[in-house]
Design a protein around this ligand. Structure first.
Ligand code: HEM
Length: 153
């Protein structure tokens, strides 16, 4: 992995990012704003997912597109930061590994929740799914911040 991150950090794309300090600042700002969009959208869904199946369906239809769009923004801005400084995340960083593992689980539950609201399944299960995604997103945000403190030497 060290060979790969060394190679990546010498590519023209990585060097261009490293030389544009404002770009990293913009990526970090969008990354944090997108975290806010995801968290507030999950909370909005959670507030109504305990109601009727119709209410859960309606609120999911309104907020799930925001969640997917914000996750796309997180992915793009996260990858730009990774390419700009690959060793920070990719070399033995347990916070980053935990973050990505939790993200996969959160994405799976969110996709399951979205398909579930299209049918008339039990609403209590939807509520548990929303609570789990909210807790996972909080844990992902904490892990994201810890990336900076668990960098390999
Ligand atoms: C989708 C894929 C994602 C990638 C590739 C990614 C990547 C990154 C990277 C590279 C950093 C900078 C870490 C550092 O160098 O210190 C970062 C920071 C962070 N990420 Fe992500 N991330 C992703 C998704 C998420 C999600 C879903 C959340 C939470 C909703 C999140 C929350 C954070 C937070 C809170 C920080 C710390 C920002 C700061 O301290 O300025 N990220 N992420």
């Amino acid at each position: 992995m060290r060979d790969f991150t060394h190679w990546l950090s010498q590519t023209s794309v990585s060097l261009a990012i490293q030389n544009a300090i404002w770009l990293i600042a913009i990526m970090q700002t969008i990354h944090i704003l997108a975290v806010g969009v995801v968290l507030s959208s999950v909370a909005a869904i959670g507030a109504r997912a305990a109601g009727s199946a119709d209410a859960a369906r309606e609120v999911a239809a309104r907020f799930m597109p925001w969640i997917w769009a914000a996750l796309l923004a997180l992915f793009v801005t996260g990858v730009v930061q990774m390419v700009g400084e690959p060793a920070r995340t990719l070399v033995e960083n347990q916070a980053f590994q935990a973050k990505m593992a939790m993200l996969v689980v959160a994405l799976g539950i969110a996709a399951w929740f979205q398909s579930n609201t299209r049918t008339d399944r039990i609403v209590a299960i939807n509520r548990s799914a929303v609570i789990m995604v909210f807790a996972l997103i909080c844990a992902i945000a904490i892990a994201g911040r810890w990336v900076a403190y668990l960098q390999a030497e």
